[in-house]
Write a protein of this length. Structure first.
Length: 378
């Protein structure tokens, strides 16, 4: 069944390429960093635009930020544009750090970030949000897959301490004793490990290193955050850049959202201490995200994730991408388009499109609060 589903999605994707290119140009201009993967094209083409309410939405809607959600945004905006042709959506996936900066400089109507706003970023947002402030709306969930390229090894299990040592250049060969212990039946070569990390400030990096800190505190001594801090390794720009490096580099390993781990890229199963290693799937990520707690105040819906979960089938390396908007004081010329697009993203239709793209829908209880908050922004 899984193979049939993959083949069906691949066929839809190929059939939608021409439509995808045309929509990307009309909705977002010709900047190729705005283009999502072919899977997003298939989801957009097969989705229905009938129930999307445009209301008074019109004009150009600018966004910037998380590359983790780029494929989701690409699919959403293509379907949305079919219903609301008066809105041109231009989202640049330049990374969470760039997105927050652009938002707080008043350059975009919304930002995407894989980390909730810091207190100083909230303070800065008050200069842009007249009478209000920036808030976090969880919109996209999913696993951060540990992707690798190692000939002859199709199934690989790693845990937090081993990953911490790999990405801190303490384990440098694939046949290291620690990796052998977790994979007793694998034929591990003596190939040098090529570990890749993000060169730009990234919420994906922030969440991945939070997992390392939570599960391997004695092996991962770094403070964490959007910027990579460990020594050594190689770097690439954005999630798409990391995925491309892994595809073409033998012996490589990196961390990317599951939607980028495709076209032959293999993913690691994580030993969490549960009854069996956990695979990076949207279903398993949803089980981990469902345990998240809302820790934001007021209309802010920032979440606290449990990276050290040992629950069966709960994939621990997860992230939630937030859409950042003003709770009050949104610019009048983009308010209607912002609310309309966010309403669609949080709808059953919008969230329902995520699983086939490698993302996890936001749990229903949390998403209900997102919808209520979107309806109230002004």
């Amino acid at each position: 069944m899984k193979l049939q589903r993959k083949n069906r999605l691949r066929a839809l994707s190929l059939g939608a390429l021409a439509v995808s290119g045309a929509l990307a140009l009309t909705a977002c201009g010709s900047d190729d960093t705005n283009s999502g993967g072919s899977d997003s094209s298939s989801a957009a083409t097969s989705g229905s635009a009938k129930n999307i309410e445009c209301k008074d939405a019109k004009g150009q809607l600018l966004g910037n930020g998380s590359s983790a959600q780029a494929n989701a945004i690409d699919a959403w905006r293509q379907t949305f544009s079919q219903a609301c042709s008066g809105v041109q959506i231009n989202y640049k996936p330049e990374g969470s750090g760039a997105g927050v900066t652009a938002f707080n400089q008043g350059q975009v109507a919304f930002a995407g970030s894989d980390s909730a706003l810091k207190p100083e970023e909230v303070t800065a947002s008050k200069k842009v949000c007249s009478g209000g402030q920036g808030i976090d709306l969880p919109m996209v969930g999913g696993p951060i897959a540990v992707a690798y390229n190692l000939d002859g090894v199709d199934n690989l299990v790693l845990d937090g301490p081993t990953l911490a040592k790999i990405f801190d250049s303490k384990i440098t060969k694939w046949n290291d004793a620690a990796i052998k212990k977790l994979n007793p039946d694998a034929k591990l070569p003596s190939t040098k490990i090529q570990a890749f990390h993000r060169s730009d400030e990234s919420g994906t990096t922030d969440n991945f290193t939070k997992y390392l800190k939570a599960t391997a505190a004695s092996d991962w001594k770094y403070e964490g955050g959007k910027a990579w801090q460990a020594k050594g390794g190689q770097s690439a720009q954005g999630s798409s850049g990391l995925a491309q490096q892994v595809k073409q580099t033998s012996g490589s390993i990196t961390y990317v959202e599951l939607s980028y781990a495709k076209d032959g890229v293999k993913t690691v199963d994580i030993d969490t201490g549960a009854s069996a290693p956990v695979k990076a799937t949207t279903e398993n990520a949803s089980k981990a995200i469902a345990d998240a707690k809302v820790v934001g105040t007021g209309k802010d819906l920032a979440l606290e994730l449990n990276y050290a979960t040992k629950a069966d089938n709960a994939y621990p390396i997860t992230l939630v991408t937030y859409e950042i908007v003003c709770d009050k004081g949104n610019k009048a010329d983009t308010l209607a388009a912002t609310k309309s697009f966010l309403t669609y993203m949080a709808s059953e239709q919008g969230q329902g499109a995520l699983s086939d793209l490698g993302y996890a829908p936001i749990p229903a209880e949390i998403n209900a609060k997102v919808r209520e908050t979107v309806a109230s922004i002004s």
